[in-house]
Design a protein around this ligand. Structure first.
Ligand code: GTP
Ligand code: MG
Length: 205
């Protein structure tokens, strides 16, 4: 899929402010600072569509971006960032899970994990939650430009072994970099394929 147009559509603080669910949408979620906003910008070939910063915890709203006027990309707040208060963290968590469970037009959730670090409990338990509520997801490994190829292969094996402890079948996995653009075509191809299911009226696909 080629990205022809992208525009910031709306920020929602609460679920009743979300756009009408009349277009397929894809949520990007992960720990704060994992590189969600950078990935979104790279995916859309725009330097500043989603706000990026060295200050973790910046994205605290549900941000909808309208792509090619026919699908939404959604930048969700990062989970588990220690510097926002515990109460605030709890509120984000509730908002994210409520959004994920109630959003009828949500086609797939991309769970971003840092390719430099071993599997983290917070990410694994988030994936378990998605599995339990029956939501399809993919894993997007970020910042691969910062890992040597050999180390990346070992990390990849370790991650898969960990996943096999919980899952019989692994979800789709993408290896990406917002710096080199690695993995962007694969992500867009998947989105294009799944968009087709929405047009077929098969929202659950
Ligand atoms: P929050 O919105 O705070 O949850 O963070 P985020 O997940 O949106 O992360 P963001 O995109 O703001 O990136 C965090 C930091 O990681 C920034 O300093 C980015 O420049 C850096 N970063 C993100 N992606 C990559 C990547 O692919 N490669 C490298 N080398 N750095 C990256
Ligand atoms: Mg962000």
């Amino acid at each position: 899929m080629k990205i022809i147009s992208t525009r910031f559509f709306k920020s929602s603080e609460k679920l009743d402010q979300l756009p009408t669910p009349n277009l397929p949408e894809y949520a990007f979620v992960g720990r704060s600072n994992v590189g969600k906003s950078s990935l979104i910008n790279r995916l859309c070939d725009r330097r500043s569509l989603a706000k990026t910063s060295g200050t973790p915890g910046k994205t605290q709203l549900i941000n909808h971006f309208l792509i090619n006027e026919n699908w939404y990309l959604v930048d969700l707040p990062g989970y588990g960032y220690a510097k926002v208060s515990k109460t605030q963290r709890g509120q984000f968590q509730v908002m994210i899970t409520d959004y994920l469970m109630s959003r009828t037009s949500l086609m797939n959730t991309f769970v971003l994990v840092d390719s430099r670090i071993p599997p983290q409990e917070i990410d694994l338990s988030f994936m378990t939650f998605l599995g339990e509520v029956g939501l399809p997801f993919s894993i997007v490994f970020t910042k691969t430009d910062k890992v040597k190829p050999g180390a990346l292969t070992r990390q990849q094996q370790e991650y898969e072994e960990t996943l096999y402890q919980t899952w019989d079948e692994l979800p789709p996995r993408f290896y990406t970099s917002a710096v080199t653009g690695r993995g962007m075509d694969e992500l867009l191809d998947m989105i294009e394929t799944v968009n087709g299911h929405f047009l077929d009226g098969d929202v659950e696909a």
